[in-house]
Design a binder for this molecule. Structure first.
Ligand code: MCA
Ligand code: AMP
Length: 516
């Protein structure tokens, strides 16, 4: 039974657990089984651990750990105890983690034991009181201490606007911003998607193969399964062979386009393998029409593409049921129930009849603002309360939304966002570099990848490989440009602005064939 007076998202997820708590909730691909009772008890024990630390309401729990079922339990425990979950990409290096911890001021940091040697001193220096470790083999101090705690826990009382999570998203200028998501934001989106995608209570089986530090794997996938009492087949890492091998045991799969491209390369992906599947969902980056069509031809299934953001969770979706319309490749479907989506021109006037403009959105899913950045938050909303997505698109006569580009300078590589300004900032500080431009070019595996174009200072020699090597030492691996070219000067327009479109055009064929 849901307690109508408690807006804690965990209460809604827990209410959807099946009556038979000994039924399987999660099966890992390496043969472990977790029951619903295990999820309930473990989240209670970790929640009790946090409460025993004397944390205050609103305290942040920052987590940079390898994917595991226990890491999901840690997320559930944070919700359950009423604290704020702050997931961090496992690829982030020291400078990145130092910034996030410094900016968010978490009361607790949980990291892998392999990284504790450098994460713990950073956390302590930033004033974090408690550091725990958690590894993907059910080891670490978090579980050791939680094992001493009671497995009974009353779900913390929360109001709809209380914070549930902070997700850092990079900015076009300056440093990353923490998008503050409330219990209402997450719960409303989970419930809408449960209906819209026809989740079948206790009958679906989701293959979970995405990382759990972003909206897609953490919220869309986990909430979808839990709030419908559905089982998950859990892979700690995406492996196209393993996912295809598990399709006959599943009904739902979610992935970024790269995962679909890689699965299509598996000869074992056949119609028969997909016989029991109900739904394939793609998002986080544009799904190429050729992938959409190749998938339909090979499997007989039409991928459902949807669109969302860290700041808003899911915004639009192609229809699930044929009654609502067909799934159209190249579009991201209709605004979800409760989401208001409009397209405006540069002057803020409505774009009508399928004209292209800026996508703006409102709804119960739209975040509460950027952590400790009221000015930045204000800039990103229109005076009448719509959030400016930074995406450029159009809505056709039947209501299908198509994203045609972005007004924000952003590269989406294999579903991860790379902000050119951040990488250019690092390159520009390197010895001998005058300036640089990072551009996104098409790539057969990642959809798009970064390529750096660098100019040397007069008389200086800069080596492209050395630039890449230096970046590798400092930044998460997915942000590293795949190539770096050194040229005498960057092309500029009459206003003096670097012409990135021209550079993209020049380099668009770099990775045309064969994976690079
Ligand atoms: C790995 N590499 C990459 C990427 N991933 N390069 C560019 N872009 C990437 N995404 C590079 C590494 O730097 C490394 O290079 C080499 O590939 C192998 O690394 P490895 O970690 O082994 O790669 P992988 O395991 O094959 O990972 C590829 C992946 C992964 C499975 C596609 O990137 C992934 O899980 N992507 C999903 C991201 C996601 O969940 N996004 C959702 C965001 P080297 O050897 O040179 O070091 S949520 C969102 O966007 C919104 C809200 C939404 O709508 O969902
Ligand atoms: P993030 O900052 O990681 O939340 O990424 C959000 C951005 O991903 C959006 O603003 C879009 O630019 C992009 N995105 C998400 N889903 C899609 C999609 N289906 N098609 C095109 N772009 C998408």
């Amino acid at each position: 039974m849901i307690d109508p007076t408690n807006a804690n998202l965990f209460a809604a997820l827990r209410a959807a657990f099946p009556t038979d708590l000994d039924a399987i909730a999660v099966e890992t691909d390496d043969g472990l089984y977790y029951s619903w009772r295990d999820l309930d008890r473990a989240s209670a024990m970790i929640a009790n651990l946090f409460e025993a630390l004397g944390l205050k309401a609103g305290d942040r729990i920052a987590v940079q750990v390898e994917k595991s079922v226990e890491a999901m339990m840690l997320y559930l425990a944070t919700l359950r105890a009423g604290y704020v979950f702050l997931p961090l990409n496992t690829a982030y290096r020291e400078a990145e983690i130092e910034y996030f911890i410094g900016n968010a001021g978490p009361a607790v940091v949980v990291c892998s034991s392999a990284n504790a040697g450098w994460v713990a001193p950073l956390a302590t220096a930033a004033g974090t009181r408690h550091v725990f470790t958690l590894d993907d083999d059910r080891k670490g101090t978090l579980l050791e201490v939680a094992a001493q705690c009671s497995d009974q826990h009353k779900v913390a009382q929360k109001k709809p606007d209380d914070l549930a999570a902070i997700l850092y998203t990079s900015g076009t200028t300056g440093r990353s911003k923490g998008a503050m998501l409330t219990h209402r934001n997450l719960q409303s989106n989970a419930e809408v998607l449960k209906d819209y995608w026809g989740w079948r209570p206790r009958a679906d089986v989701l293959i979970h193969a995405l990382p759990i530090f972003h909206v897609h794997g953490l919220f869309v996938a986990i909430h979808g399964a839990l709030i419908s009492g559905s089982q998950m087949i859990w892979l700690n890492r995406f492996d196209s062979k393993r996912v295809v091998a598990r399709l006959p045991d599943a009904t739902v799969f979610m992935g970024v386009p790269t995962l679909y491209v890689r699965m299509l390369a598996e000869p074992t992906l056949t119609r028969e393998a997909c016989n029991g599947m109900r739904l394939f969902i793609s998002g986080s980056a544009p799904l190429l029409l050729e992938t959409f069509e190749a998938w339909r031809e090979r499997t007989g299934h039409t991928i459902l593409e949807r669109y969302g953001m860290s700041e808003t969770a899911m915004l639009t979706s192609n229809p699930y049921s044929a009654v609502q319309g067909e799934r159209r490749g190249g579009t991201v479907g209709f605004p979800l129930p409760g989401v208001q989506l409009r397209v405006r021109d540069d002057a803020g006037e409505p774009c009508l009849n399928g004209e292209i403009g800026h996508i703006q959105v409102a709804g119960p899913n739209v975040f509460a603002g950027y952590w400790r950045m009221p000015e930045k938050t204000k800039e990103e909303f229109t005076p009448d309360g719509y959030f400016k997505t930074g995406d450029v698109g159009k809505v056709d006569g039947r209501g299908y939304v198509t994203i045609v580009g972005r007004s924000k300078d952003l590269i989406i590589s294999g579903g991860y966002n790379v902000y050119p300004a951040e990488i250019e900032g690092y390159i520009n500080e390197m010895a001998g570099v005058a300036e640089s431009a990072l551009i996104g070019v098409p790539h057969p595996d990642f959809g798009e990848v970064g390529v750096a174009i660098v100019t040397p200072k007069p008389g200086a020699a800069v080596d492209g490989d050395a630039v890449i090597a230096e970046l590798k030492a400092r930044l998460a691996n997915f942000k590293i440009p795949k190539r770096c070219f050194v040229v005498p000067e960057l092309p500029r327009n009459t206003m003096g602005k670097v012409q990135k479109a021209l550079l993209r055009e020049q380099h668009k064929g770099l990775f045309k064939s064969a994976k690079a």
